[in-house]
Design a protein around this ligand. Structure first.
Ligand code: IMP
Length: 427
């Protein structure tokens, strides 16, 4: 039994968190996003329709559920309006959506700074989504950011905007880029200010009241643990805290209140953008998995890099997120392969290691140590019970469980809500 569950990515994002948040959200009263911004792309499929969310929590499709965008998020008000308007047109009820007054605002100059930094980094670029995420968090930690509560207050917004634009214009000037005009941007933002205003509140108080009323709360992570600014493959990371630790700071929900942490794991691995990827593969099998799993970015459309399941990674993310359960996603994509590999250890300069190195140069030299398991040929997309799965699929799941020491409570065999096998009730 649990009254609150955290859902987090355990790899490099795109593990299928959207589907599971939506699935568990059916029994939740509240869904909370606590980090990131519209760099995220959560795909949700139900009633044969596909929806892509970037900023808005996945609970938005359930009428009457409360959706909270926490203080740890960075919110682009233009993207917020576009996304919400489109959802409302599709019949979504937004009256239960609440935005933290302490979240930070992403403005057009953040996007230009993001582009400029990537351009200057040349071959060492991060491969960001160009949504201005890094520069927004940089402003936040430099204490020159604009929060939602500032943004919706005309005088404060204009004053802060003047300062921060004068600051960033120094950079744009140095690199011969177009300069920003605070007064002009202030006027352009009017319509977005007005649009956002009705949703703004102190969400930490709201969340506390909901908890005290025994409401079921689901925390929806974006990205994945290896993109975490603290625990990921720095500097090839995002600028927020996608591990479960981010829930406490990013929503104001005390860490001692967290009951369960469900790690979302792809049955294989993918990564978009640059950076180390020890179990990466290419060739026919990578192509097979990419096409069958539709491994192209929801936000950017980029082809994702493909690799085998990596137990070294999942053990790292188990530790840093305190995972209590796993949900294995896209198991159906592996049907039809003769053999399936699991990376169990790394070989670093001739020595076997079972931890995930911090130093990028070490990671670059790591070779995967594989265990090979027999695959299965059957279509598993209609299986609704663990016992319906082919023996080799069951063995694969059991082996993941052994290698990580975390129980596999959910298995997903297709994009629809119905294509989900539950072994342990999460709530
Ligand atoms: P940023 O978050 O746009 O700054 O990008 C930093 C890194 O995180 C890049 O490698 C992106 O590809 C990656 N990234 C950001 N958001 C997502 C996501 O939702 N899924 C997968 N990768 C992401």
């Amino acid at each position: 039994m649990a009254n609150n569950i955290v859902v987090v990515g355990t790899q490099w994002g795109d593990e299928g968190k959207g589907k599971i948040t939506d699935y568990l959200g059916q029994d939740a009263d509240v869904v909370v996003r606590f980090q990131g911004g519209n760099n995220a792309g959560h795909t949700i499929v139900f009633d044969n329709k596909k929806y892509a969310l970037h900023l808005i929590p996945s609970g938005i499709f359930h009428d009457k559920k409360i959706n909270i965008m926490g203080n740890g998020m960075v919110i682009n008000p233009i993207a917020f309006k576009e996304e919400l308007e489109a959802l409302i047109k599709q019949g979504v009820n937004a009256s239960n959506l609440f935005v933290s007054d302490r979240a930070h605002i992403t403005l057009p100059y953040h996007i230009e700074l993001d582009k400029l930094q990537e351009e200057l980094k040349k071959d060492n670029n991060v491969g960001t989504t160009f949504k201005g995420i890094g520069p927004t968090y940089t402003d936040k930690y430099s204490r020159i950011g604009i929060r939602v509560c500032d943004f919706i207050n005309d005088d404060i917004f204009l004053e802060k905007l003047k300062f921060v634009i004068a600051w960033h214009n120094n950079i744009f000037k140095a690199y011969n880029k177009e300069l920003f005009d605070a007064t002009k941007l202030f006027k352009e933002m009017k319509e977005y200010q007005e649009y956002l205003k009705p949703y703004v509140t102190d969400t930490t108080k709201l969340l506390d009241d909901l908890k005290n009323n025994n409401k079921k709360i689901l925390f929806e992570g974006a990205q994945g643990a290896l993109l975490d600014i603290e625990q990921g493959t720095y500097p090839f990371v995002t600028s927020s805290t996608p591990t479960a630790a981010g829930v406490a700071t990013g929503s104001g929900f005390g860490p001692n209140n967290i009951e369960k942490v469900l790690g979302i794991v792809k049955a294989y691995s993918t990564r978009v953008g640059s950076g180390m990827f020890v179990s990466e593969i290419d060739g026919d099998i990578a192509h097979y998995i990419r096409e069958k799993g539709h491994e192209y970015g929801v936000t950017t459309g980029r082809a994702r890099r493909i690799g085998w399941f990596d137990a070294v990674v999942i053990n790292h993310t188990r530790r840093v997120s305190g995972l209590t359960d796993l949900s294995i996603m896209l198991l159906d994509v592996l049907s039809g392969l003769d053999e399936i590999k699991i990376c169990t250890k790394y070989l670093l300069d001739g020595n076997e290691i079972d931890y995930f190195p911090a130093l990028i140069n070490d990671l670059e030299r790591c070779q995967p140590v594989y265990e090979v398991l027999p695959g299965w040929q059957e279509d598993i997309t209609q299986c609704t019970d663990f016992n319906d799965l082919p023996i080799n699929a069951k063995n694969y799941i059991n082996r993941i469980q052994e290698l990580t020491g975390v129980q596999v409570s959910i298995i997903s065999v297709g994009p629809d809500r119905k294509q989900t096998i539950t072994r342990n009730n999460m709530w």
